[in-house]
Design a protein around this ligand. Structure first.
Ligand SMILES: O=c1[nH]c(=O)c2[nH]c(=O)[nH]c2[nH]1
Length: 304
């Protein structure tokens, strides 16, 4: 937007990392539900006078945003909460035209004691549930959900061979290696307005569990036989395409799957040349460097 001094100013402001823990005690059977959210809000609004002059009259205080994020009524999915917040900012404040709400949900899971789900006991799992909702004053919506830090490993049924070989290549072909990764996936839903999202209770919470299951089932294959992975690239493609095939309301999916290396251990000395001879058994786990492999998959829509 052109402003004073002929300078273009593109601005937003918000509150990052607002932490909220919420217990719902309304379960008929006495069970409690619990979520822990880390909320970040960014508002695009008409408040240029605060940049051009000492005039804050159009600013929605970031402290106000923080307090709004703490108001959470009936039990709802993290996606619905992000949309609700975004919608509130756009409809309540005339000067706000876009709200971008990012939330990370911690994986608190109900514990089972002696095989029975506990009414109010939870333990922390490992992978986070993420969401980004962008809401416009018109009601237009862009909604992306994701899973972050889903660490997966299989001890066989993975190989990598027949790749480019040149004077820098020392990696041997193999059909037997470990495959380990930490999946970061985010998928965009096709709902384009706040009014069009499904009304079914906890719809997106259920979808999150189902997408995660499809990703994992495809990575591992059947429990007794597994499935062979010829490369991280191919496995990533199969995981993403399985999600798009299974869920018509997912428009695209981005997958980031680092190839975390477990290196074969071969130890020898002059006196003992075969001290530890690698027999697909002893590995050196490494953090870095790691392969970095990522792709976005979406449907090719025919114009016919
Ligand atoms: O699955 C793999 N993809 C690669 O692109 C690659 N590159 C590499 O060195 N090892 C592997 N493995």
């Amino acid at each position: 937007m052109a402003g004073e001094g002929g300078l273009r100013v593109e601005q937003r402001h918000g509150k990052a990392r607002v932490r909220v823990g919420r217990v719902w005690r309304q379960g008929g059977d006495g069970s409690h539900h619990f979520v822990e959210w880390n909320v970040s809000i960014s508002l695009l609004s008409h408040c240029l006078s605060s940049y051009h002059r000492d005039d804050n009259s159009d600013i929605v205080a970031t402290d106000t945003m923080k307090n709004t994020a703490k108001e959470c009524g009936d039990r709802l999915s993290v996606e619905e909460f992000a949309i609700l917040l975004g919608n509130h900012f756009c409809s309540f404040y005339p000067q706000v035209y876009t709200a971008i709400v990012n939330i990370i949900e911690k994986p608190w899971e109900r514990v089972c004691i002696d095989g029975k789900p506990h009414l109010h006991g939870f333990k922390l799992g490992s992978e986070n549930h993420t969401v980004e909702a962008t809401v416009q004053k018109s009601g237009a919506l862009a909604l992306t959900s994701g899973v972050a830090g889903l660490a997966l490993l299989k001890t066989t049924q993975s190989g990598f061979e027949k790749f480019v070989r040149d004077k820098y290549t020392i990696l041997p072909d193999t059909r037997e290696r470990m495959l380990a990764t930490e999946v970061n996936a985010s998928w965009r839903y096709s709902y384009e307005s706040v009014a069009s999202i499904p009304k079914k209770e906890l719809y997106f919470s259920e979808k999150f569990m189902e997408v995660k299951k499809v990703l994992m089932d495809t990575f591992f294959g059947p429990p007794e036989t597994g499935v062979y992975s010829p490369s991280v690239q191919r496995t990533l493609y199969l995981m993403g395409s399985a999600v798009l095939r299974r869920f018509p309301d997912v428009a695209s999916i981005h997958l980031k799957m680092p190839n975390i290396h477990f290196l074969p251990v071969n130890l020898s000395t002059k006196e003992n040349p075969s001290m530890v001879k690698f027999k697909d058994d002893v590995y050196l786990p490494t953090d870095e460097p790691h392969g970095s492999i990522e792709a976005t998959l979406s449907r090719i829509t025919s114009k016919m």
